[in-house]
Design a protein around this ligand. Sequence first.
Ligand code: C5P
Length: 209
Amino acid sequence: MIIAIDGPAASGKGTLARRLAANYRLPHLDTGLLYRAVARALLDAGQALEEVEAAAAVARDLDLWRFEEARLRGREMGDAASVVSAFEPVRSALLELQRRFAGQPGGAVLDGRDIGTVVCPGADAKLFVTATAEERARRRYNELLERREPADLAEILAEIRRRDERDSTRSAAPLRPAEDAVTLDTTALDPEGAFRAAVAIVEEARRRS
Ligand code: C5P
């Protein structure tokens, strides 16, 4: 079974994807890490993020396992990833790797922005996980406070809006729900409620397929 999970930044799709993968004993790929790794490699090499050809060359040679996850997870890397992810040659260089991951025997869970629309259009279950920008900013803010990191709610909200805008208006694989995706709005749900709703969506998709 292939489960495709898409949604905007800080929508909780990563947590849901991990929990669904554990629940169905499937391998999980957080595809945002691929774009983050491309941006990280460019910055480490002192190159500008806007150089399309350099970014595509890095994407073609990407060895994700070489990167320490903590160096990819930072807030500024999310922003940097959304710059390189708008380049078509970067996206096509990463496509094969994602499809190979999805195609392993037994299936997989992938989360990102274009899994249901481009990477796995034939996925068995497709979820589009979302929440209001204010709620996503509030969750990010609380996470940072818990980790005792500096946080400014207005700044986080502005960053989330900027990333939503960039991800959904780009011409290459813009962020949007697949026609056959089920939208899960988690604004009013706690993590447990969101997980139960996601399992119900997957079970319903399974019954139908
Ligand atoms: O999901 P995450 O916040 O780690 O993704 C970082 C950025 O990578 C996103 O803002 C988006 O621009 C890009 N991305 C993408 N397609 C994916 C996954 C992530 O364009 N499948």
